[in-house]
Design a protein around this ligand. Structure first.
Ligand code: AN7
Length: 385
């Protein structure tokens, strides 16, 4: 029997946004139902600022492999398979390798992943292995791995699925489409954690294309997508509703704050332990066009925010993801982000990815070991009511 999806069966962002992606009508989508993630309005954590702002988190950790990478990977693998590729390769701090491995499994092709030995969260390593990738743990960091991937792909017939693959950004831009649909407009500010700066660039493409579609641009625009959106030239914008883009890094791994690559990046937020961002110039364009800014945070503030998001809002993200909210809370408190603003923070990955950091962070949580008796259970409840 031929498979026929009902209108209620969500089958992923390619089927949902096909006409806004560089795909033909009959390209077979390699999908795991990615996208369509919750946009959650924060409540308790906002009160701690004492300011009147609206903060939403886009919980990308609820994608099929637990991070935003799935949006890009469905596009990259779909296009690779369409072109006849039998193998994909990436360097990764963890999430890209998990997504690459999963979509390769789905497509029946091989995934080769280079990860920094000992510097990726346990859940991500488990994913790459479960999905059946060929995992190469390198004695080096992400930036070393990225260079090796470029060198090997120049000679060998493997498709790079890092965000230098333009289809990755095309898939990831759909997060902006969803946000605009849900809010009814673009937010005033959009904050993301930044590593290679692929995702912040992708979001800007999405916001820009939406502005073009709604007729805000009086002539051509889009300097990012290399023609896939059919527009060329400088944007002339009548009324710009696009957000100011904010990119946050860990202070030990903050090349955008230093203004140059960082040789030995260090942070507990291993996802963004990247010293030589691949989308360097695009990210600067995004800041220039949007009027946004980069910021940096110490690991302690990132972790504190991760814990507060979980314990005050019930939203469990991985450490890197919390950098977006940590930066926004700081800039709201200082007044750099004015009252009355609507802000979206992307929570890029799921907290379950990195159980080691979470267990350490929550070590002061109440955890009792008691006898299996009614009396001890009762006593424990009374002690904590
Ligand atoms: C949770 O997996 O680069 O600025 O190799 O996993 O687009 O690089 C991960 C990046 C933010 C930064 N949050 O995004 C990889 C990788 C999480 C991430 C980022 C990453 P970009």
């Amino acid at each position: 029997m031929k498979f026929q999806a009902t209108p209620n069966h969500y089958t992923g962002l390619i089927d949902r946004y096909r006409s806004r992606l560089p795909l033909s009508a009959d390209t077979l989508a390699i999908s795991l139902g990615e996208g369509n993630t919750p946009l959650i309005r924060l409540s308790n954590l906002v009160k701690t600022t004492g300011k009147n702002v609206d903060i939403y988190v886009k919980y990308e950790g609820l994608n099929p492999t637990g991070s935003f990478k799935d949006r890009g990977m469905t596009m990259a693998v779909t296009k690779a398979v369409e072109a006849g590729s039998k193998a994909i390769i990436c360097a990764s701090t963890g999430n890209t390798s998990a997504a690459a491995a999963a979509y390769a499994a789905r497509a029946g092709i091989k995934a080769f992943v280079l990860i920094p030995e000992g510097k990726i969260a346990m859940g991500k390593l488990a994913q790459a292995m479960m999905y059946g990738a060929i995992t190469m743990q390198i004695r080096g960091n992400f930036d070393d791995g990225m260079q090796l991937v470029k060198d090997v792909a120049a000679k060998t017939n493997v498709t790079i699925v890092n965000s230098i693959n333009p289809y990755r950004l095309q898939g990831q831009k759909t997060a902006s489409f969803e946000i605009i649909e849900e809010l009814g407009r673009a937010p005033d500010y959009h904050a993301l954690p930044v590593g290679n700066a692929g995702n912040i660039t992708a979001h800007w493409i999405g916001y820009t294309e939406s502005a073009i579609q709604s007729g805000e641009h009086t002539t051509n625009a889009c300097s990012f997508c290399e023609g896939s959106c059919q527009f060329t030239g400088e944007p002339i914008i009548a009324k710009d509703s696009r957000p100011k883009m904010l990119g946050f890094q860990a202070d030990g791994s903050a090349p955008f704050m230093r203004g140059a690559p960082v040789k030995d990046p260090e942070t507990i937020a291993t996802a963004i332990r990247i010293g030589n961002p691949q989308s360097w110039s695009q990210a600067h364009e995004v800041m220039k066009e949007s009027g946004g800014w980069f910021g940096e945070l110490p690991d302690s503030e990132i972790l504190n925010t991760q814990l507060l998001l979980a314990s005050l809002e019930g939203v469990f993200c991985e450490p890197a993801s919390a950098a977006s909210v940590a930066g926004v809370l700081r800039d709201v408190k200082s007044g750099k982000i004015p009252e009355g603003s609507t802000i979206v923070c992307t929570l890029t990955g799921n907290g379950l990815k990195d159980p080691d950091t979470a267990m350490e962070l929550s070590k002061d949580a109440v955890r009792l070991t008691i006898d299996a008796t009614l009396d001890q259970v009762n006593q424990s409840i009374l002690n904590h009511l």
